[in-house]
Design a protein around this ligand. Structure first.
Ligand SMILES: Nc1nc2c(ncn2[C@@H]2O[C@H](COP(=O)(O)OP(=O)(O)O)[C@@H](O)[C@H]2O)c(=O)[nH]1
Ligand SMILES: [Mg+2]
Length: 241
């Protein structure tokens, strides 16, 4: 199985170029055939810088939303457009280290004999964010883990690997990207957690405020709990006649 890397980006003109260079470099030794940047209505030079960074690399595709639709919608756009069966996601701001991609693939490949229905979710170690950001994210994560019982310490980490089909079978809603392990688990997908590193933002600004993390998250939890209850786990199909 091969993978498409999907990178949602909003106003990351100073980060996207160096990040793509690192991703392309990391992909030399990985089963990746495609890299899709979804420029989500950026008002800066994000798309132009991504194009410049691609050089003549045929793996890179850049898709653009005419206006901002949010991180989850950008993810959906990229995943719909993807040509490969596996999807790998990471942030456009360079806070995720592309050298961690190898650990995600390693975790997937080593369990493939048991099942291919897996989500490998990165959990950031040594977060390089401000105190207020770490605290608000920590509270949001604890409330979520208690209510969803998904055993995930850090759902806000974008470094994830999963099957395209498993994502497209989930009901879509804005902000779904924060709940993928819980929702996939409810639909019968195995959740595997992998520790990954985290880097400080070197340019640009975070797109989420403290309140987004806490209240949007709490608001969504009610709906996600309901969805998990109403999710029917997929079973293996057998051709019997
Ligand atoms: N497509 C899209 N991406 C977004 C949006 N908001 C944030 N992102 C991307 O999601 C990633 C994480 O956002 P960031 O602002 O760094 O959040 P933080 O690391 O949690 O502070 C970055 O790659 C952003 O470019 C958005 O509205 N649309
Ligand atoms: Mg960030």
């Amino acid at each position: 199985m091969y993978a498409t890397i999907v990178i949602p980006a909003h106003n990351e003109e100073d980060c996207i170029g160096p990040l793509l260079a690192e991703v392309i470099d990391a992909c030399r030794t990985l089963p990746v055939r495609e890299i899709i940047v979804v420029d989500d209505g950026s008002t800066d030079q994000t798309a132009e810088r991504a194009i410049a960074a691609s050089g003549d690399n045929a793996m890179l595709r850049i898709i653009r939303h005419g206006r901002r639709q949010g991180q989850s919608r950008a993810l959906l756009t990229g995943i719909r457009a993807a040509s490969e069966d596996l999807i790998v996601t990471l942030d456009a701001d360079g806070q995720n280290d592309p050298t961690d991609l190898g650990s995600l693939f390693g975790a997937y490949v080593s369990r493939q004999a048991q099942t291919t229905r897996m989500i490998i979710a990165g959990q950031r170690l040594g977060r390089r964010d401000s105190f207020i950001r770490r605290t608000s994210s920590g509270i949001a994560n604890r409330v979520r883990a208690a209510l969803l019982n998904d055993n995930v310490r850090d759902t806000g980490c974008s470094l994830k690997l999963f099957r395209r089909q498993d994502f497209l079978e989930l009901p879509f809603f804005d902000h779904i990207h924060r709940f993928l392990p819980a929702l996939m688990k409810a639909s019968g997908v195995r959740v595997v957690l992998v520790d990954v590193s985290h880097r400080a933002r070197t340019a640009g600004r975070s797109k989420y405020g403290v309140w987004d993390r806490l209240w949007v998250g709490v608001h969504d939890l009610v709906g996600v709990r309901w969805l998990m209850k109403r999710q029917v786990a997929n079973v293996e199909l057998e051709d019997v006649f």
